[in-house]
Design a protein around this ligand. Structure first.
Ligand code: CUA
Length: 156
């Protein structure tokens, strides 16, 4: 079969584009693979969350004068620990991971809004200067009872 010269050129361009595309894919996969671990995205095995520090001991821990660390897990459909209470002015460092799927971690009225990805540890720090009941809500759709996935922090 005779292939017109113009068709040959287009064929060559098509093949080169394919290789450029594959090259870009390869380079980005490589770049992601060698990305240095950032402080906010430690890797963790989601199947072994309950036996991996710090998640082998969930809860609210006092780390200083009015400073706390809240080690928490998100799961379908809730958070552990379920309820926490801190004094007014407390600064809480939330350290959170997921035991199953992607969840949200939002405290309305604050700047706290994280995506909780299985296999990653997400951290955010917030100071609660006003007393009240603060809801922690899931804002990533995660299944049937997604809209009921929440817990409370009592500041008093
Ligand atoms: Cu968890 Cu929506």
């Amino acid at each position: 079969m005779h292939i017109h010269k113009l068709e040959k050129i287009w064929l060559a361009i098509g093949i080169s584009m394919l290789f450029v595309f594959l090259g870009v894919l390869g380079v980005s996969a490589f770049a992601m693979g060698v990305k240095p671990p950032s402080e906010h995205h430690h890797r963790i095995d989601p199947a072994k969350v309950t036996e991996t520090a710090p998640f082998d001991k969930l809860g609210l821990f006092k780390t200083g004068e009015k400073e706390y660390e809240a080690v928490m897990t998100a799961f379908t459909f809730g958070y552990a620990p379920d309820k926490m209470e801190v004094p007014v002015g407390a600064t809480i460092k939330f350290v959170v991971t997921s035991q199953d799927v992607v969840h949200g971690f939002e405290i309305p009225g604050t700047n706290v809004n994280m995506m909780i990805v299985p296999g990653e540890i997400s951290q955010v720090t917030h100071t609660f200067t006003k007393p009240g009941e603060y809801l922690i809500l899931c804002n990533e759709y995660c299944g049937g009872a997604h809209e009921y996935m929440k817990t409370t922090i009592i500041v008093k």
